[in-house]
Design a protein around this ligand. Structure first.
Ligand code: DGL
Length: 260
């Protein structure tokens, strides 16, 4: 069974990475919309158009379910597209609920990092109304991390300086958890670990998303045979160089996978 996963770029590889661990015999189609990254700085109208193009493409390639491995795209497009496609679609949202459930008891606050579109969007604010009645979550947008990630700059002095500058206004000792509310942020767990006190937990929505995918798949995943991934860049097959870049990114994600 073919399962589509898309993001504006390389962020959604963190979802693919986990999906391959949880469904090792499945066939995945990974679609990076590299012509339009970053979504987090685009208008809602533009994002809606990109999401529709990506979904149409993956379904035409035979995907029987699609994961929108992008919090920004989900934030804008879920309501619009719910029930309008012939296959199940799974979106993702910042894992605020999980972070509050796991770490609110520590009497500290939760910091939610995402793109500007996600931070400003109604979807996140509706979620906070539902799950954060105690107003324990603070929000920060970190758009430059998407640019650093797309350049393959996962660890550098410039990244550390950017994080320190953006986080200067926050007393980091007050937080028990950082929610990685953009899939591109997973690449920077080592850098976050460096900047945040050691007691801060990192929470992302990847596991919840893959579990939801498992619930909506039209059939049980394969348990035999070799898994496979085909890569696409904005409506065409990725070339060898692009595939190498994506494999390198997956290696980086494997390295930071256990940092929590
Ligand atoms: N990776 C995406 C997310 O989870 C968006 C990054 C971007 O294109 O701005 O929100």
């Amino acid at each position: 069974m073919k399962i589509g996963i898309f993001d504006s770029g390389i962020g959604g590889l963190s979802v693919l990475h986990l999906a391959m661990k949880m469904m090792p015999c499945e066939e995945f189609l990974y679609y990076a919309d590299e012509s339009h990254v970053p979504y987090g700085e685009k208008t809602e109208g533009e994002i809606l158009r990109f999401v529709k193009e990506n979904l149409d493409f993956l379904i035409s390639e035979g995907a029987e379910a699609v994961v929108i491995a992008c919090n920004t795209a989900t934030s804008v497009a879920t309501k619009e597209f719910r029930g309008r496609f012939p296959v199940p679609i799974v979106g993702m949202e910042p894992a605020v609920k999980k972070a509050l459930e796991l770490y609110r008891g520590e009497e500290k606050r939760i910091l939610v990092a995402a793109t500007p579109v996600t931070i400003a969007g109604d979807k996140l604010h509706d979620l906070l109304k539902r799950v954060d009645s105690g107003h324990d979550a603070d929000l920060i947008s970190l758009p430059s991390l998407v640019h650093f990630a797309e350049k393959g700059e996962f660890s550098s002095q410039a990244v550390d300086e950017y994080l320190k500058e953006e986080l200067r206004a926050f007393d980091l000792a007050n937080y028990s958890a950082l929610v990685l509310g953009c899939t591109h942020f997973n690449y920077f767990k080592e850098r976050f670990r460096h900047v945040f006190p050691g007691s801060v937990h990192f929470v992302d929505g990847n596991e919840g998303t893959v579990r939801q995918l498992l619930r909506v798949l039209p059939r049980k995943p394969e348990t035999e045979g070799e898994g496979k991934v085909s890569y696409y860049f904005s409506g065409r097959e990725a070339d060898e160089k692009e595939k190498e870049r994506l494999s390198y990114c997956l290696e980086q994600l494997e390295k930071v996978y256990h940092i929590q």
